[in-house]
Design a protein around this ligand. Sequence first.
Ligand SMILES: [Zn+2]
Length: 181
Amino acid sequence: MPSCAAARPGVCPCCGAAARPLSGPLVVVGHGLVERQVRGPSGPHEPPVQVQVQLRRYRCRACRAVLVVGPQGLLRGRWYGGGAIGLALALYAQGAPSTHVRACTCPSRVVGGSARERWVTLTRWVESARRGELFGGRPYTAGLPRRAVAEQLMLLLAARAGHRLGAALSESAFAGALIAA
Ligand SMILES: [Zn+2]
């Protein structure tokens, strides 16, 4: 894990104040560590896991904002890593049944009765994407089928990763989701 000084942002993203002015005291100061869970595979061909990651917290003395700095690819308010969600949407967009998507994404092997037929987490991601609340996408029309929404977002994410013809869209979507998260 990078040191407090190494991970300190250069400027406060909330008010734009320089974190470490040339003269005077620090403006963005260390404010402890927070731990969070991240679920999902670490790469497009890796098995899904659940890991604990530590995030550095900073406090801006200019605007009092609390900033959290962590590894690339984490989404606020979601248990799963960005790459995992991008991969899941890509697999679903390409026709995989939701049980297969779950097996590739979810570290828990315990499946409840209803989850054998469909995976509600995947549905939630697609519906967030439809509202334009995932990876900074734009909203899609209410009538667009779920797989079509997933396909639109997959193409958007793959493009972010510089997808080239012939490459696997699921791999590009995973990489693009890390950038977009
Ligand atoms: Zn600030």
